[in-house]
Design a binder for this molecule. Structure first.
Ligand code: TEU
Length: 541
């Protein structure tokens, strides 16, 4: 396999709305991101995945785009964007754009035209169907609750929206639509962006009439066409968001011989605390054994025919420390445990803003405190279906997307240094203790654990290229794996429990065989271990 820059990269996701405000309107912006580039350079990351910054009415915080070639007014101007690309480049940081092309906003000019009449030249840019027996065309549902079909009184047809009704799905079978998307992507590539993160890309091959949404038959043809017509000529990172990927499917996307994408995000591990066949809100406890099996399967399955992406968090997921760690007594320990466990695996790691300081969920008491459309719609749907209010609020506190979207906590001044105005979403009140400034002042902080791990990847080929082997004869709550590369072996251990867990390792040769550890232990201690809560370390065997 030819070596690519993104195989040794670490990507940092910025959710611009919540990262840094520079003008006091309570909403993060591009100038704010520019101001924080030195911080990101210090962390050591290679690239920034920028959640959408395009013109948008913000029904879904920028994932509903009304103009792909202009910047959202609250975020700044195209000049600011050019400046961000330039200033990031000076720090060897690439900017990965969020490509949201399964759907547009209903306020995009294409849709405004499309809905005008059945014979409008843009009609076929979207997916319109006649009513069936005076009702919706079929039972497809929106991810944001309710039917995926919205009736348009004017033209007496339904249009498809797999997300909000303000996010009509584009008709990818239309060659003109694909050409528009290629032109838009080339516009950004010519600006020098470092690649694309592709929103729900596995939906673009859908066959709505057969109720097929993910992994449709034309999906990979479209991606090969995209590669040929756009980024194939550039040395960029492309990562598809693919909720329905199995390792076999992931190889179709990321096998270099197929000329599609660099890698995909798979979501099998983050669905493990969800009841089978139910929705994300229907929780069950995590079984650590299942997590080990799933991750190990992905680590070993892709081999030379693909590449993994590694993540615990993004703007749609609850904070990992609150989810599977302990966000009170062992917040620091468990945050470092997740970092050590993930960052020594094979693949490209992604850090979501605030993860590197161990930010946690931010519980709410009432639906009036919630901004996220997915949670709000679910709340009303479940209330109507007889669920108890407390039950729904509990599931929003566990899984709601606002947990990840509260403003970045920079320091202990008002609003955590995020804004001098009124923040668009409440700041987590724990910012007085939990913030970037405090992390930078403490050499033992979560931040420096991430910084060290990122540095390891740059300096040690074993982290990038080593084979992965799961160790199975360990206590159930312990996730242990080995990396092997050119005669070297590293062992990584992560304890998910707070109770007793013992582990025996071969005696270490010398003290610098301890690579990293979240508790202070002498090298001799790593032989017969009673693991401490959320203890994690890596050693050379
Ligand atoms: O997410 C796709 C998606 O399916 C999520 O809505 C997901 O189901 C849910 O949030 C699980 O937590 C992408 C974006 O990442 C998300 O922010 C957008 O809302 C969505 O697409 C529509 O563009």
């Amino acid at each position: 396999m030819e070596m690519k820059w993104w195989q040794t990269a670490v990507v940092y996701q910025v959710y611009p709305r919540s990262f840094q405000d520079s003008d006091g309107d309570g909403i993060g912006d591009l100038k704010g991101i520019i101001r924080r580039l030195d911080y990101l350079e210090k962390l050591g990351i290679t690239a920034i995945w920028l959640s959408p910054v395009y013109q948008s009415p913000n029904d879904d915080n920028g994932y509903d785009i009304s103009d792909y070639q202009n910047i959202m007014t609250e975020f700044g101007t195209m000049d600011d964007m050019d400046e961000l690309i330039k200033q990031a480049d000076q720090r060897n940081i690439k900017i990965i754009m969020d490509l949201v092309v399964n759907h547009t906003s209903d306020e995009h000019k294409w849709f405004i035209e499309s809905r005008k009449s059945k014979d409008n030249p843009y009609r076929d840019y979207y997916i319109w169907r006649d009513p069936v027996n005076g009702d919706v065309p079929n039972s497809l549902r929106s991810t944001f609750s309710g039917s995926a079909w919205e009736y348009d009184e004017e033209s007496r047809q339904y249009y498809l929206h797999l997300f909000s009704k303000k996010q009509p799905d584009l008709n990818w079978e239309n060659k003109r639509v694909r050409q528009e998307v290629w032109d838009m992507m080339n516009f950004w590539l010519e600006k020098g962006v470092g690649g694309f993160r592709m929103d729900v890309i596995d939906l673009i091959g859908k066959i709505p009439d057969e109720e097929v949404t993910g992994n449709g038959p034309k999906l990979h043809d479209y991606l090969q066409e995209m590669n040929r017509e756009t980024f194939g000529r550039y040395d960029v990172l492309t990562v598809g968001e693919t909720w329905g990927a199995t390792p076999e499917i992931a190889k179709l996307y990321s096998d270099p011989k197929r000329n599609e994408l660099s890698m995909v995000f798979q979501f099998e591990h983050v669905c493990l605390d969800q009841q089978q066949g139910k929705e994300k809100w229907d929780l069950k406890p995590l079984d650590v054994n299942e997590l080990k099996q799933v991750i190990s399967k992905w680590q070993t399955a892709l081999g030379d025919e693909g590449w993994n992406s590694l993540f615990w968090n993004n703007h749609d997921l609850p904070r990992i420390v609150s989810r599977w760690g302990n966000d009170t007594t062992y917040r620091t320990e468990s945050a470092k445990m997740f970092a050590i466990l993930l960052h020594l695996m094979k693949g490209t790691p992604y850090i979501y803003q605030g993860e590197e300081i161990g930010m946690i969920n931010c519980p709410i008491n009432d639906i009036s405190e919630v901004e996220d459309i997915e949670s709000v719609n679910m709340y009303h749907e479940r209330l109507a279906n007889g669920y108890k209010k407390e039950e729904i609020i509990a599931s929003i506190n566990a899984k709601g997307r606002d947990n990840a979207r509260t403003p970045m906590q920079w320091d202990d001044t008002e609003n955590a240094g995020f804004t001098t105005g009124t923040p668009w979403l409440h700041v987590n009140p724990n910012y007085h203790e939990l913030n970037v400034k405090a992390n930078l002042e403490d050499p033992n902080s979560i931040f420096f654990c991430y910084q060290t791990l990122i540095q390891f990847r740059k300096e040690n080929p074993i982290v990038v290229w080593g084979d992965f082997e799961l160790v199975t004869d360990v206590p159930e709550q312990v996730f242990m794996y080995l990396r092997h590369y050119e005669g070297q072996t590293w062992a990584v251990v992560a304890n998910f429990g707070e109770g007793k867990a013992s582990l025996q390792l071969p005696s270490l040769g010398q003290s610098d065989d301890v690579i990293i550890s979240n508790y202070a232990r002498s090298a001799a201690d790593f032989h017969q271990l009673d693991l401490k809560p959320y203890e994690a370390f890596a050693v050379k065997l």
